[in-house]
Design a protein around this ligand. Structure first.
Ligand code: FES
Length: 168
């Protein structure tokens, strides 16, 4: 029998992935190993990026939205780039059709920050994802670890403003 997991390749030939792979084998490729696996990636690469999260999700057979949720919820994980708060906007086809571009444009207009960047005050990082695996919730975003469904611009902007005000 061919194991499905064997077909999932790491994002690059970087040898550090071999070490991560060893961690996955040791802990078992399941949801229980998620935090341990993310720790291992961060330890070796210094941060978690979209390709890494995508690989971990595939390898542990978890929805990418869940992996993003955990990676953005715990402060000991670092997504690149890292502001105090993180908003991941899904940019996949379903979310794009349902208005992700408007979300990204409106965030840019309000906070003067582009996808993949952090606001000058270091408060908010806005990241893009290529399908969070939650297309039924389109457009979907993950704000500080919490998956939000059917998001509209006004609600999202108010929520992000609220995060900044809470810190004031
Ligand atoms: S395209 Fe956004 S969750 Fe799939």
């Amino acid at each position: 029998m061919i194991m499905q997991a064997e077909k999932i390749s790491p994002p690059s030939d970087d040898k550090r992935w071999k070490v991560v792979e060893t961690t996955i084998r040791r802990n078992g490729a399941s949801a229980d190993a998620l935090i341990e696996t993310l720790h291992s990636v961060q330890e070796w690469f210094g941060y978690l990026d979209d390709d890494a999260l995508r690989y971990v999700a595939a390898r542990l057979t978890l929805p990418l939205s869940k992996v993003y949720g955990v990676a953005t919820f715990y402060h000991f994980f670092t997504l690149k780039p890292q502001g105090k708060h993180t908003c991941v906007v899904c940019n996949g086809t379903a979310c794009y059709i349902k208005g992700a571009k408007k979300l990204i444009d409106d965030i840019h207009d309000r906070f003067d920050v582009k996808l993949g960047e952090t606001t000058q005050d270091g408060q908010l990082s806005v990241l893009g994802a290529r399908c969070l695996g939650a297309c039924g919730l389109a457009p979907a975003v993950v704000v500080d670890g919490e998956v939000q469904a059917n998001v509209d611009s006004q609600t999202l902007i108010s929520q992000l403003e609220g995060l900044e005000n809470d810190d004031a």
